[in-house]
Design a protein around this ligand. Structure first.
Ligand code: CMC
Length: 425
């Protein structure tokens, strides 16, 4: 180790940079040109891919801050619209700024009418995430006037469009799967109330938004709004680094989010809780999760960054109770979840590996109680995370240090050899 400001490697010193809080980083940009070496970091566990002022996580302490504000405070006291403004603009809005922002988002909620025919090309049993990937990617074909990434105004319009249209897109994916007519947005409702109506309402009768459900879902959206340089956000940044348009970049993020190790975990967690069924079967599943020869993992448990209770899971657990009470739900799955959490947190395997419930452990339980089918869970995550994705994408485009992302590799394949004709192989 060199002095406090540099890391010595061979004859070269590499500057150590400090952020406002959190681990320092070694600036190795000149490593290859000076030493001919790359770094090797599969899964980027030790790599800071960018500078960012949006979200801070201290995984050991279970801290999550958006623009400095703790997630618990935002979830309890703020709204998804306000958090969206905060992530995009850096500061909490004044009353006037929030009203204007909400108005702008509300005015962008409708989809180009032609997109309805696009949906009809899908099978009725298509997974909503397959539809989301396709429809969001296709938005660039409909909104040419906001794809110039070098124009800050077009970037902001595209960002507003994406945030505004995601609920409509997700609700339409649901409606298509159940064979009900699409509902147009109702601009008199809140962002989340409007989404609930487009999902669960029907044109034949009025839909009354349940304020407790509306608040719970809004809070779930806040909890999923951004999460630093996670896999899907890094995918959005990588796609965006080539200059791709924002709609294509967000579609790439949705594709990445779909995986069961990332956004697909809430669906997998609820399926697991239902499969467990009754508390007496919990030990069997805990034993499977600990068995090295069994690929089974406790879904909704563990996190790349949190080695402590995920602060989002704390809020989720509280929200389950509120929703269950409000809707008078009596689903044994919540009891199974509580007992599974208790047993795992007292098991040496989970203690030693610092495996705690993550945001997905309870979110599926709430979403199911509200009436969403499991296939919609990841679509809801994508809806909320769109705010983080567009905020991170905007930050990246404005960053003077931004370059096309191009990792290198440790090559272990054959060295050069001559082509052999097919008859001689
Ligand atoms: N159940 C049982 N064992 C686990 C689990 C689990 N859920 N998670 C990690 N482990 C073990 C793993 O087997 C490994 O053991 P060993 O060191 O003996 O090989 C050790 O813990 C470290 O695991 P890892 O896979 O190297 O850790 P990671 O940081 O690469 O993975 C993770 C993080 C989230 C992919 C993983 O914990 C996991 O697969 N969890 C279940 C899926 C899940 O809930 N994902 C949602 C993440 S939160 C939502 C989001 O932000 O997208």
């Amino acid at each position: 180790m060199a002095d406090t400001n540099t890391l010595k490697f061979g004859d070269h010193d590499y500057p150590v940079m400090s952020g406002s809080v959190g681990p320092q980083v070694v600036d190795i940009r000149k490593l290859y040109s000076e030493t001919g070496m790359f770094t090797y970091d599969p899964g980027f566990t030790s790599t800071a891919s960018c500078e960012s002022a949006l979200t801070y996580i201290d995984g050991d302490e279970g801290v999550l801050l958006h623009r400095g504000y703790p997630i618990g405070q935002l979830a309890e006291q703020s709204s998804f619209m306000e958090v969206s403004y905060l992530l995009l603009n850096g500061e909490l809005p004044s009353k006037g700024e929030l009203d204007e922002f909400t108005h702008t988002i509300t005015r962008h909620t409708m989809l180009h009418e032609q997109l309805a025919t696009f949906y009809r090309g899908f099978r009725r049993d298509a997974h909503p995430m397959a539809i989301m990937c396709g429809v969001v990617g296709a938005l660039s074909a409909f909104y040419h006037d906001s794809t110039d990434i070098n124009d800050p105004r077009q970037r902001m319009i595209a960002s507003h469009r994406l945030i505004a249209k995601m609920p409509t897109i997700a609700a339409m994916a649901y409606k298509y799967s159940v064979g009900q007519p699409f509902l147009y947005p109702d601009n008199s409702l809140s962002y989340t109330g409007n989404f609930l109506r487009m999902t669960f309402g029907v044109p034949a009768e009025p839909y009354h938004v349940n304020p407790i459900v509306e608040r719970a879902l809004d809070r779930i959206f806040i909890l999923h709004a951004d999460h630093e340089q996670n896999a899907s956000t890094s995918t959005v940044r990588l796609a965006g680094s080539s200059g791709a348009n924002p709609f294509a970049c967000i579609a790439a993020g949705i594709a990445c989010l779909w995986g069961p190790a990332h956004g697909g975990a809430n669906e997998a967690a609820l399926n697991m809780l239902r499969e467990i069924g009754t508390p007496d079967r919990i030990p069997e599943f805990i034993a499977r999760a600990k068995d090295k020869n069994d690929p089974f993992r406790l879904m909704g448990f563990g996190h790349r960054v949190y080695k402590n209770y995920d602060p989002r899971a704390t809020v989720m657990q509280k929200t389950v109770r509120e929703v269950f009470d409000a809707l008078k739900v009596n689903d044994p799955v919540f009891e199974v979840a509580l007992q599974l959490e208790h047993m795992a947190l007292n098991d040496p395997y989970f203690i030693e590996k610092k495996l705690f419930p993550n945001v997905d452990f309870y979110s599926g339980v709430i979403l199911s109680a509200i009436g969403f089918p499991t296939t919609m869970f990841t679509a809801l995550f994508a809806l909320a995370r769109t705010v983080g994705w567009v905020a991170q994408w905007n930050e990246m485009i404005s960053d003077p240090a931004q370059k096309i992302g191009r990792p290198r590799q440790l090559y272990t394949g054959p060295t050069q050899r001559d082509y052999v004709e097919i008859g001689k192989r």
